[in-house]
Each structure stands twice: as structure tokens, then as C-alpha cells.
Design a protein around this ligand. Sequence first.
Ligand code: U2F
Length: 458
Amino acid sequence: MATARPHVALIAFPFGTHAAPLFALARAIAAAAPGTAVSFLSTARSFATLSLAEESKNLLLVPVADGLPDAFQAPAALPPPEHIEQMIGMFMAAAAAGSLREALTAAETGNGGVRVSCVMSDAFLWMAGEVAEAVGKPWVPLWTGGPAGLSAHLYTDLLRSADGIGDGETNWRNEKLLDCVPVLGAHRVSDLPEGIVFGDLDAPVSRLLHRMAQTLPKAAAVLLNTFEGLDPAIESDFAAKFSKSLSLGPLHLLAPPFVPTPRTDHCLLWLDGRAPATVAYVSFGSFMSPPPAELAELAEGLEASGVEFLWSLKDEAKKFLPPGFLERTRDKGLVVSWAPQVEVLQHAAVGVFVMHGGWNSVLESITAGVPMISRPFFGDQRMNARSVSHVWEVGVVVEGGAMTKDGVVRALEVVLKREEGRRMREKASKLKAAGMRAVVRPEGSSKVNFKKFLEILG
Ligand code: U2F
């Protein structure tokens, strides 16, 4: 028998770390509203990437079909990572064909027939908005990337038609500032995510993001993993474009732990023995690895700089390190396949984060007051890296767009040893204080926005 109990269904985009911040939100809702049924919908494979240790009684995991053909269903039979676009295409095709509707029905059955009263989703899943509309319920999407990246997607049509921007294949090298979009005036054409004015505009992900940008203004509210005041102009623009825009982040502070961390205490013990603000922490996110030649250049740069380092490096990439590197740097560095990143960044010994511009990493670094050296690769990463270097001035981007031994040495020198680096640390610690205020203080903007968001859920 159906009841009027609120039931929030959150639908994840099950690739990369996308599911993690949405799951953090699911846990936060379940804890803050014990009377609300919370269903978290994702693929079985993505559940395995989440920290599921402390589930609440009112939080139900509901599997969604991944759309992959039978040949890929065996645990070890995943297509290689370079086929991710295809996997996304298959997942989205299944979603459009009804897998999301089926999972919503399963969520209602699993909750004793309680009807879904609000559909939340990763913003990428624009079709969740249609599913919500079909059942007459509000749709509340979460954008997990950086605000500048989302802004770029919202201006896709304008950018494609703007003079000197939307005119061809060379745009990925075009250093022209995006002054036709005033809120992105510090970013360049070459910083844009691919699929807007360069790259394959017809690729499944490009089409998905364009459609998302057209659909988000119809949402009851758009949630952001950021905090008020970080990008004031972009925030005002979102407020004008969306029915409601609520910054709730940094989400890793709202509902930790964010992603499961194997036992990696030795990283922190190793850091304990290092002087304050001297160590370079290196990580390029959860699933990607820089090209082999760049990994080797980075290793040579770290070694030549003499800087102590903690490097989170995937096991399969270790073979690209220069011969003898690990032995020669045994006293200077620690290379691990996974690090407790949030704790590492908060350790006093860490002086700089060498990274890819992934939004979770940027926020984790900001809230630890650690300046960054970025080598962005795709998606919103170039926009984020440019915000780090030119908007917040808390880091640099590697020279020439790729890591070289000398470029790495120079960047480490600037951030760790020069006056410029000292100023970056000062600015980073101000951002850290602002980010903490937003989530910790009762009157903090993210705390207040979280309450407003709970009101939408009913
Ligand atoms: C995609 O980014 P990634 O998932 O590759 O990278 P991040 O957003 O930086 O998130 C990585 C997370 O994994 C954690 C780290 C972050 O929370 O703390 N982690 C860790 O705990 N230990 C490790 O050794 C290594 C990582 C995408 F590629 C980006 O463009 C987007 O900005 C991002 C968000 O949508 O998703």
C-alpha cells in the first residue's frame, strides 16, 4: 500500500568518479531526513567503486542496467578504458530505452511501494529530467565538475556561432580569451571542453552535454559541488539561468569518506617524517594515466628537482618510469598505487599537488590550502586548471601543455621556493578558510543551501 512518505531516487552516471559525490549526497540526505526513503540507482559495477561501509537503514541501492552486451558481463571482461565513449553510448541508449524507468519502479518496489517523490540525478543524465516529468515529479540534477566547465556547456550555441571561435579544427590551439562570455573572460578557447567548438561535436558525450545544457534550465534546482563566493560571476549567471542553483560543496566535507580507501596509513606515516610544505603530492585522478613519455619526463623532473614526493601511480603505469628510478629515489619519494588523498593533502608536509585538474582534486586541494601544478587532459579539466592559475591564482599550469623534465623542475621551484609560490599558498589558505566556513558553520552557505535543498525534497 503506497504512503505519502517522501522518496528520493538518485540516479548516478556510472563512469569515473561521477557516482561518488552523488552517493555522498544520498548519504547526507538519508542522515538528515531519516523519515525519507532514499534510493541510489547505479550499475552494479559502479557500486563496487563506492564506499558502502556505513549504509543507513533508509538508503537502498538499486541496480540499473549498464546496457553492455552479454560478452562484457563477466567481471573480467570490461572493454578497455579507451572504449569508455562506447560504454557511455550503450548506457545512455539503454537509459533512453527504459532502463531508468525500470530502475525507478524497482526502487518503489524495494521501498514497499512508496512512490518516488523527487528524481535526482547526475546532471549528465538529462533524460532523468524527462523521466521525472513523465511521473510529474521534480528533477534535481547535480553537476559534479567545475563551475566554469558547466558554464562553457551552457554557452555552447553562442560559442559555436561567435566570431573567431567556432570556426574550425585549429580551435584547440586558439589562445583567444572567451570575452564573448563575460563570466568566462579569464578562460581561453583552448581551455574549453572538447565537443563545444573543437573535437568531435557529434560524439555521444558531446551530444549528451549539449542536450544537458538545454535541459538543465527546466530542473527544479541545479546542485553544484562548490561553495558560494568561489566563482561569484558564474554563480550569479547560474542563478539567472536556472530555476534555483544551490552550491552544497565541497561535498567531500559534507559526507566523507568520499571514495573507498584501502589501508594506506603508511603514506601518512611517511609524510610525518617530512618538513612542512616541502613534499609534492602527485596524482592524476581515479582512472586516467598521462601518456608514458610524459610520465617518464615527470619522474625525471621530480628526481632532478630534489623535491621529496608522494606519487599515487597506477600499478600498470609503473613500467613507464625511467630504469632505476624507484631505487634511486627510494629516500626521496614514495610511490603507491592509491593514496588517502584527502588526508594526504591536509598533511602539513604537502607543499604542492601535481594533478590533472579533476574537479574533486581541485576542491580537495583548495580546502587543504595546497597550491597546484596542473597538467589537464580532457573535459572540464582545462577550465578548472585555468581557474586555478588565472582566477584564484593558487597554482600554475605546466608550460607548453605537456610535462617535460625542465618544465616540472621549474614549476616545482616556482611553487615551493619562490615568492610567487608563497603568495599562492597565502591565497590558497584564504580559499581553504572560505570553503570550510561554507560547510562547517551553521550559517555557512553550503549548510544553509543544504537545508533549502531538503525543503525541495518535501
Ligand atoms: C573526473 O575526474 P577524476 O575522477 O579522474 O578525478 P577527480 O575529480 O580529481 O577525483 C578523483 C578522486 O579520487 C580520489 C581523490 C578524488 O576524490 O581524492 N583519489 C584518492 O583518494 N586516492 C588516489 O590515489 C587518487 C584519487 C573527470 F575526469 C574530471 O574532468 C571531472 O572534473 C571529475 C568530476 O566530475 O570527474
